[in-house]
Design a protein around this ligand. Structure first.
Ligand code: FAD
Length: 498
């Protein structure tokens, strides 16, 4: 068996692995990335967030390439959620007319996006090997010390490294080596059935690139415009309906058409469209989109990134964001340790704490959002009933979950937090026109959503990533967590806060 030595081995060349590998190679480390497929390869997860596009991608140095790729510009999301027949939108910018430089994301064909990131990793000095399937890690009681993999010709290899990053996705075979276990959420146990259509309609005007999420009786459907003519369409349903999507392609076709027929807005958009039936997009695929998190994200010598660590329901398109953000966090930790600037425990405790927090805030937000969707008398309407507000149900909901429904000024800390955040968002906005400026086309509903502290937290975090991407060093950040570390000026490592 051939044995080689690297500073770091990254397992998996998806967005999480490519991000981590590039940002470690950037600091001059010898990085090997092992990917079992040959790119381009298919993957689901096509709707990105601005923090990925303008934060991580800019740090990586691929933003120009992203622009040249001609991906659909996504200015926000459109939802047909609850009983209101009129879809409501959120826009990343305050209004489509005042779009700042980074108030958008992209809808991407993952075959293209993931390949851009992987080839860029190679161009940045990462030794990228495709058709290299990792079967196990090399470890002793003290730490993980490397991996074993099989190459395209079936030859076995062993690589020793000071750090192993597992970014091999939701079907990882090696994540258990950090200890702990994968714990599934009781909340989000859904199944997705998805395929692709040519010739589907588009939402009007500035919303035409939005992701559309439309609820129907049994679940919801995503409608993602990937090009002028190609659309990704997927139905998300509860696991109790698994029998409806089992069977061959013809059975899946009938099931998807049935769901689309029960979802007016998507049915109308697909009127006259043709389902793609050949090539990579010709297959109707099924994925469990159960949400989960490992109870540990690292142990000495190894860390989990992206779906290998955790996954949260796709409705707010957080998967690639979490994977690339975790890739950045892991790279900072490895870079700090390899430079002998921080002990491993200190650097990776920061990695796990920030990663878990990011996952946690989305989880909390999404839990509330799904409660709203759970039935047509769901959370929006319960909120409206219990508050008896003479407002839209959405406004009643966010006021309620913001904790200020009583109108007690002593309790309006959340609203004040929101105001403060709106201020800090604006101060960043000279450079970045914050992601946080989510609003409806009419400029009102989502401002109330800022009253929910958890949403402010997420947006602030995204702003910081974006800001560093745009202007290099952000003003020196305060630690995110008590006693925690802060990023270095270039954003690629950690340092103590002084
Ligand atoms: P992956 O993209 O899965 O990459 C892992 C890589 O590791 C793969 O290339 C794989 O070939 C390789 N690999 C696996 N095993 C090995 C091995 N043993 N050795 C070597 N290589 C290996 N996210 C969004 O951001 N937006 C969305 O709209 C969205 N929609 C989704 C819809 C559904 C139904 C689901 C299920 C998920 C969705 N996601 C979405 C989530 C998104 O797909 C993932 O979160 C994202 O792809 C995770 O990236 P990753 O780099 O962790 O893993």
């Amino acid at each position: 068996m051939q044995t080689e030595q690297f500073d770091v081995v990254v397992v998996g060349g998806g967005p999480g692995g490519s991000t981590a590998a590039t940002l470690m190679a950037r600091r001059g480390h010898r990085v090997l990335l092992l990917e079992k497929e040959t790119f381009p390869r298919y993957q689901i997860g096509e709707s990105l967030l601005p923090a990925t596009v303008h934060g991580v991608c800019r740090l990586l140095g691929v933003e120009d390439e992203m622009q040249r790729a001609g991906f659909t510009v996504k200015r926000g999301g459109s939802f047909r959620w609850g009983v209101n027949p009129v879809p409501w939108n959120f826009l990343f910018a305050l209004s489509p007319e005042i779009s700042g430089p980074t108030s958008y994301a992209y809808q991407v064909e993952r075959m293209k996006f993931d390949e851009i990131l992987l080839r860029h990793a190679a161009a940045s000095g990462v030794d990228v090997r495709e058709q290299a399937s990792v079967g196990e890690v090399v470890a002793d009681e003290e730490r993980v010390r490397g991996v074993r993999y099989i190459d395209a010709s079936g030859e076995a290899h062993e690589v020793s490294a000071r750090h192993v990053i597992d970014a091999s996705g939701n079907r990882t075979r090696i994540s258990g080596n950090v200890g702990g276990e994968r714990v599934y959420s009781e909340h989000f146990k859904n199944l997705a059935l998805f395929g692709y259509f040519e010739g589907g309609g588009r939402l009007p005007g500035p919303d035409s690139g939005n992701i559309l999420c439309a609820a129907f009786d049994e679940g919801w459907i995503w409608y993602i415009p990937l090009s002028d003519t190609l659309t990704s369409v997927g139905a998300v349903i509860g696991r109790d309906r698994v029998h409806e999507i089992q069977g061959d392609q013809a059975a899946r076709d009938r099931a998807l058409r049935g769901f689309v027929d029960r979802c007016d807005i998507v049915r109308d958009l697909l009127d006259g469209a043709t389902r793609v039936t050949t090539g990579t997009y010709g297959e109707l695929r099924v994925r469990k989109d159960y949400s989960y998190a490992n109870t540990r994200f690292w142990r000495p010598g190894m860390a989990l990134v992206g779906d290998a660590a955790c996954f949260i329901d796709p409705v707010f398109s957080t998967g690639v964001h979490l994977a690339t953000y975790a890739g950045l966090l892991a790279a900072r930790s490895v870079n700090s340790v390899l430079a002998d600037e921080l002990p491993e425990d200190r650097a990776f405790t920061e990695f796990e704490a920030r990663y878990r927090r990011e996952y946690g805030v989305f989880y909390e937000f999404l839990s509330a959002f799904y409660d709203m969707q759970s039935d047509e008398d769901g959370y929006f309407w319960k909120a409206k009933k219990v508050t008896a507000f003479d407002t839209s149900a959405m406004e009643a909901f966010v006021t309620l979950v913001g904790g200020v429904a009583s109108g007690e000024s002593a309790l309006s800390g959340a609203a004040k937090t929101a105001e403060r955040f709106a201020g800090s968002s604006r101060s960043l906005s000279d450079a970045v026109d914050a992601t946080g400026d989510m609003t409806t086309a009419s400029g009102e509903r989502m401002n109330h959503l800022f009253g929910v502290p958890v949403v402010g937290d997420v947006m602030r975090e995204m702003n910081q990533i974006q800001h560093r991407g745009v202007v290099g060093d952000a003003t020196r950040e305060a630690p995110l967590l008590p006693g925690g570390l802060v990023p270095t000026a270039d954003g690629l490592a950690w340092t103590e806060h002084r």
